[in-house]
Ligand binder design. Structure first.
Ligand code: DUC
Ligand code: ZN
Ligand code: ZN
Length: 506
């Protein structure tokens, strides 16, 4: 076998172990074809020496907002995916978003495809945000979406007036998705609790950015998360709670998982590194806190971060996603939409933070690769599960993406050898089209040195930086997602055995 590329002298990390030193990765036609020692090379084989560094699968960022109409100042596909590869992410799953007046999903999908086509540096796919789940969409369009278009996941909102779905609608969608093997992703916050608090804040003139974190307390996430889990349990549907930020909500997930319910959870770097203090006014800029407005909001205490780190380590969380939802700070349609004539209102600040490029390094920094073992928050195999392999399996890319094994796409991140690669995050070094990073000044122990996508080096930090080409990224049709945690078919507490059969299809 003649290889196009052999990566040697690295420490290969999989979702279960760090493989013995000395194994080389043989790559042909964009695929990993072999792991072995002393692989044969010819004059046409390129050799990449990892110099003893860790090699992990290319990252899969399964929660990214690019070129969405409600983020007009954020990243498009070119800058967003350029930033992804510079941070070690080789596949992004972004959102195509239905608006209430859309009666069919297909024109929406065509418009999102048109925005992405020829623009991507990374591979990509879409989830669908459903806001108007008509019976035509549920019975006719979702099946076509899954089988013809390779879109096997939907995101549903329990909050935000333009997107919020009733519990009944959530149940109907969960049932439809269950029948198709699609994954239901849920944004869980109690809309009425939030509306009541916002009215009270407004009446008292408490509208500075910090009050965004007051408007959406943990209990709003806790209640909605428990409700979402209950709805999914009722109809026996696998689901994933996105961007979790609350310890109590996480405990609801944990206890559902203890009962083997197929309940999955995602968290994001900002909920592990930042607290609401960063939303407060700063002497040089009263509005600075707008940069950290996201939903759910950053929580108040360092103890909140500690609790989530335990969930990262103990398996409660299935995926570590960026929720890259960028809006420029200094732009009238960006964060400054919340500052009119010197008057601040958190109500009109677009929600979301940029983070596609920092996602991998922020988690790698917490592993034993960067910290003494006693201080590490998680092991390297768990890093691989959270950043790549679980998302691949959960979202129907298993067998193709997310692992370093023969037959898989040759998507790799090669880190710096130990002691090199320490980096202080600054917006200037990032490749997104944004005027800030919420992680400015944070020191991380390593950074992707090379990113390889389907056998091509697309990021070479020391020799040209982004060396991949716009348009090299391919659209990935996805298959059915795997249930990673628990299993379907669990009885509901208090129901008779098989009681569902009286009202639900098997
Ligand atoms: N939900 C997201 O998934 N991203 C940004 C804001 C939001 O509410
Ligand atoms: Zn959300
Ligand atoms: Zn999001």
């Amino acid at each position: 076998m003649e290889f196009d590329l052999v990566v040697k002298n690295g420490l290969i990390v999989t979702a279960s172990e760090i493989l013995p030193p000395g194994l080389e990765i043989g790559i042909k036609d964009g695929k990993i074809t072999c792991l072995g020692t002393s692989l044969p090379v010819s004059s046409s084989t390129k050799i990449l020496d990892a110099e003893g560094a860790y090699i992990t699968p290319g990252g899969i960022d399964s929660h990214v907002h690019l070129a969405q109409d409600n983020c007009p100042t954020g990243d498009g596909w070119e800058s967003g995916t350029r930033s992804a590869i510079a941070g070690g992410t080789t596949t992004v799953i972004a959102f195509a978003s239905q608006e209430r007046h859309h009666s069919s999903l297909f024109p929406v999908l065509a418009a999102y495809h048109a925005k992405a086509a020829g623009q991507a540096y990374s591979d990509y796919s879409f989830h669908f945000i459903l806001t108007n789940p008509t019976s035509h969409i549920l019975t006719t369009e979702l099946p076509r979406l899954a089988t013809d278009e390779g879109i096997t996941s939907v995101k549903l909102y329990m909050t935000y007036e333009p997107m919020q779905l009733s519990d009944r609608a959530l149940l109907e969608i969960m049932l439809a998705c269950r029948a198709l093997g699609m994954t239901t992703m849920i944004h869980a916050e109690n809309a009425d609790m939030i509306a009541l608090i916002i009215a009270g804040l407004e009446a008292r003139g408490n509208l500075a950015p910090f009050f965004h974190a007051v408007a959406r307390p943990r209990i709003a996430e806790d209640e909605a998360s428990y409700r979402a889990i209950s709805l999914a349990e009722l109809v026996d549907a696998p689901m994933l709670l996105v961007h979790m930020s609350s310890e109590t909500a996480m405990q609801h997930v944990r206890s559902a998982q203890d009962r083997l319910l197929p309940v999955h959870a995602e968290t994001c770097p900002h909920y592990l590194y930042l607290i609401s203090e960063t939303l407060r006014e700063q002497p040089h800029d009263h509005f600075h806190g707008a940069k950290h407005v996201c939903s759910p909001p950053l929580r108040h205490r360092v103890g909140d971060l500690e609790a989530l780190w335990r969930g990262v380590a103990n398996g409660t969380f299935t995926t570590w996603s960026s929720d890259h939802a960028p809006s420029k700070y200094d732009h009238p349609q960006g964060k400054k939409a919340g500052l009119k004539d010197g008057v601040m209102s958190f109500k009109t600040i677009p929600n979301g933070l940029p983070g596609i490029e920092t996602r991998m390094a922020l988690l790698f920094a917490a592993t034993e690769a960067c910290l003494p073992a006693a201080e590490a928050r998680l092991g390297l195999p768990r890093f691989v599960q959270l950043t790549a392999s679980n998302a691949a399996r959960m979202y129907g890319l298993g067998g193709k993406k997310g692992s370093i094994a023969p037959g898989y796409d040759a998507d790799l991140v090669i880190w710096y050898p130990k002691g090199r690669g320490e980096t202080v995050v600054s917006n200037g070094m990032l490749h997104h089209d944004m005027d800030y990073t919420p992680f400015e000044g944070l020191k991380v122990g390593n950074w992707p040195r090379y990113t390889i996508l389907r056998g091509q080096v697309v990021w070479d930090r020391d020799n040209g930086g982004v060396v991949g080409e716009k348009g090299y990224g391919e659209y990935m049709k996805r298959g059915k997602g795997e249930v990673i945690v628990g299993k379907v078919g669990q009885p509901v507490h208090g129901m008779l055995e098989n009681e569902r059969q009286f009202w639900m299809n098997p």
